[in-house]
Design a binder for this molecule. Structure first.
Ligand code: HEM
Length: 554
């Protein structure tokens, strides 16, 4: 694809059997491709030998060029500037320390220990700079939370997502499967190790012991985790995100934090390398948010060496692909004090999984599981017997924060796609963006996204300072509330984006692909991890309990 051509050269390829076009000063040979072009061959023949940039951008988005470039591009116009040659050694980046805001007087949160009082400096602008389409720290606004290590990770992840993931998401979603090599890359790049909620992340357990390329383990914090999930969510596919981190992100942390050392040492390396998968199995056909009433039973064998597990689990993300299952079971009497958590391994026998067909998140592998007389060694108990509720509850904050990050980025994707489309689509002689009614829709999307995201940053900071236990006690209410806020924001943005895209977001694929897919994914966020109704009620009950303990005066 390295040829250089004049416009006259391209103009000579202007027949159906010799069909070249120009898009943005690059030259494409569509002679063979025209037969399979979803928009038809005649439309291509009409622009044969010509600059078709305007027509191209009217009907397609960026991912199409990325996907077909290798196959169809034969070169560029000789008038196009040659791509810059990269410098032999990239300029060294100056690292700024994380700036930690000091707590207000009277706030119970622990005070920062390191006396880092440097002023928060804005980082270089990054991305397309569409207002509100990225977090404000991407766009040269000041932030107390992000430093150069976050900027480096952002660049690393974005490049990978743009190259390896973006062009293929629609295809994978339709196939209901993401190629295994992508999950494997999550391991190789150290991302799985970074998503455990553990700092420093266990770099020695990543393949080659290398960890994450742009962030050493000791610098890793919850904002890196947040950013990783956020950037993955730019794919505009809940299925893709859940395929890569859905099961792992909620199934692995309880094992690492509460599992027996020998068991963790045995299984963790092959999970963090991306060779084997793990998921969390709590929900049952008859017990969703009502965890305390689950019925999957684990009976201790007479010799006390095994639990014998029988029961069913439903809507389990990634289950069909997993070797390991972090499972909530009943080992004691009724209610929350009879619940334990076990690591069940497929190789133990008696584990069956089948894919469930769902409204959204198609490539996430939603699963129905049956356990029939599974013999689980007692060493595989995670936490203490009958105290599994604590393990489950600690995990909920991590799970819900993941849901919030994804929902807010998906809302941004809906907004960004709408903003870009509104600048090219014309109705009644005007671009959509020139209609006040469309700007109003965008404004309502943006205000909800920004307000929710700013609360999210604050809660991540609180989690970072508090640690799991304190965060579980103090932040459960606020996180539950923000979960409801983010899913309603997502639902609103998906609807408004769909109205702006019209028919293009009703059919699958093409320019409205992300919006159509996200519209279907909304319920997968609003229902699991605690439904909106339960979250909102909990947010008040929990906050009152905490503030009573803090000395609230009514
Ligand atoms: C590099 C050249 C091109 C490639 C690789 C390409 C590829 C595609 C693909 C994959 C689609 C399916 C929809 C989607 O996924 O977006 C499509 C649809 C379409 N294309 Fe192209 N195309 C090219 C050039 C053009 C040009 C130059 C025109 C117009 C002159 C055009 C007009 C259309 C139309 C009208 C549709 C249907 C859009 C819709 O369903 O709303 N394409 N093209």
């Amino acid at each position: 694809m390295s040829g250089r051509f004049s416009t006259a050269d391209v103009a000579s390829h202007n027949k159906a059997d010799n069909l070249w076009i120009i898009v943005d000063e690059d030259v494409y040979d569509l002679t063979k491709f025209q037969e399979e072009h979803p928009g038809g061959k005649k439309i291509l023949q009409r622009v044969a030998g010509k600059d078709a940039s305007k027509q191209f951008w009217k009907y397609h988005n960026e991912s199409i060029l990325k996907k077909f470039q290798k196959q169809l591009q034969v070169g560029s116009l000789d008038s196009k500037a040659a791509p810059p040659t990269p410098p032999a050694t990239p300029p060294a980046k100056k690292e700024k320390e994380l700036v930690k805001p000091s707590a207000e007087p009277g706030v119970v949160a622990p005070q920062p220990t390191a006396a880092v009082e440097e002023e928060a400096e804005a980082l270089d602008p990054f991305g397309d700079l569409v207002p509100y389409a990225d977090p404000s720290w991407y766009q040269s606004y000041h932030s107390p939370y992000f430093n150069e290590t976050h900027a480096a990770l952002r660049e690393e992840v974005r490049e990978w997502v743009e190259e390896e993931i973006m062009p293929n998401v629609t295809e994978w979603e339709e196939a209901k499967k993401v190629p295994d090599k992508i999950f494997k890359q999550m391991g190789e790049r150290g991302y799985l190790a970074g998503l455990l909620g553990i700092h420093p992340y266990p770099a020695h357990l990543t393949p080659n012991g290398a960890g994450v390329k742009s962030v050493p383990p000791e610098k890793w914090d919850l904002f890196h985790e947040m950013l990783l999930t956020d950037e993955l969510s730019r794919s505009g596919s809940g299925g893709l995100v859940w395929n890569l981190i859905g099961g792992f992100g909620i199934g692995c942390p309880p094992l690492v934090k509460f599992g027996k050392k020998e068991v963790v040492q045995r299984v963790l390396p092959e999970i963090l390398s991306g060779d084997k998968r793990i998921c969390l199995a709590i929900t049952e056909p008859d017990a969703g948010s009502d965890v305390a009433n689950l019925t999957c039973e684990a009976k201790l064998s007479e010799d006390g060496k095994h639990y014998i597990v029988n029961g069913e689990k439903k809507w389990i993300t990634n289950g069909i692909w997993c070797e390991y299952f972090t499972v909530a079971v009943r080992t004691g009497g009724e209610g929350m004090n009879g619940v334990s958590v076990l690591l069940i391994e497929r190789s133990m026998g008696g584990v069956s999984t089948r894919r469930m067909d769902c409204q959204g998140v198609w490539s996430s592998g939603t699963t129905y599981i049956t356990f029939e007389d599974v013999n689980v060694p007692v060493e595989n108990l995670i936490g203490k017997e009958n105290q599994g509720f604590k393990v489950v509850m600690t995990n909920f904050n991590h799970e819900r924060i993941g849901i919030i990050i994804q929902c807010l980025r998906f809302s941004r994707v809906c907004y960004e796609e709408s903003m870009k489309y509104a600048h090219k689509r014309k109705t009644f002689g005007k671009r959509l963006i020139d209609h006040p009614v469309i700007r109003l829709k965008l404004a309502h999307m943006a205000r909800q996204i920004e307000a929710s995201y700013n609360w999210l940053e604050n809660l991540i900071y609180q989690c970072q300072r508090m640690g799991d236990m304190e965060a579980m006690l103090k932040l459960g209410g606020a996180i539950a509330s923000l979960k409801a806020q983010s899913t309603t924001t997502f639902e609103f943005c998906a609807r408004e984006a769909s109205q702006i895209f019209g028919g293009l977001s009703y059919s699958r694929g093409g320019q409205g692909a992300k919006v159509e897919r996200l519209y279907r994914d909304v319920r997968a966020y609003a229902i699991p991890g605690g439904s909106e109704e339960i979250m909102l009620d909990l947010s008040i009950r929990q906050a009152l309990r905490v503030h009573k303990a803090l000395g609230m005066k009514l």
